[in-house]
Ligand binder design. Sequence first.
Ligand code: PLP
Length: 220
Amino acid sequence: MPIKSNLTKIQSQLPSHVTLVAVSKTKPVNDLMEAYSSGQRIFGENKIQEMVDKHQQMPKDIQWHMIGNVQRNKVKYMASFVDLIHGVDSEKLLNEINKQAEKHQRIINCLLQIKIAQEDTKFGMTAEAAHTLLASDHFKTLKNIAIVGLMGMASFTEDTAQIREEFTTLKNTFDSLKNTNPSLEIISMGMSGDYPLAIECGSTMVRLGSSIFGARNYAI
Ligand SMILES: *Cc1c(COP(=O)(O)O)cnc(C)c1O
């Protein structure tokens, strides 16, 4: 029951231009089904194997988003069904996604992950590297991927001013890239702890886990 009421409450507060990704990593299929029965159709996972397992067990009208750091050798397991890959941070990874998408005669939507946090543990490209990649001749040859936006994660800090600055950096990067890449539509930023601020700063897609499903227990 709490999952249903959490979702309803969050949905009622989100502006209509903001898409909700229900981050269900570590949670059992029963919990996801509760969200599904409340109308949620977009789920985010950060481990490919876990996403593949859940995809097999759950209804086929779900859109699966890979929000974690992607290992190139595992792209093949999700290439037949993944709807959006948020964490693309290198040309090598993009090449592999393109190759696997081609095998399934699909175009896989991707977001470039931009590093906006100060922490070394958060992945991502520089804005400059993203510019260079999107302008390259090689990029134009990748027919089975579509870069539809950017993703970023702010620092894990109480310092709201810093988080605002990081989100604003992502928004500015998006605006400047969109000038030359009009197909960019999505700014994926904001998690349970910071999504109202992310929306204020221009987010169009929030990734919420614990505020829907409750705290995760990694100790099991
Ligand atoms: C786990 C995770 C989230 C959701 O985090 P919550 O704080 O539980 O909302 C969002 N984005 C990414 C990339 C994650 O790994």
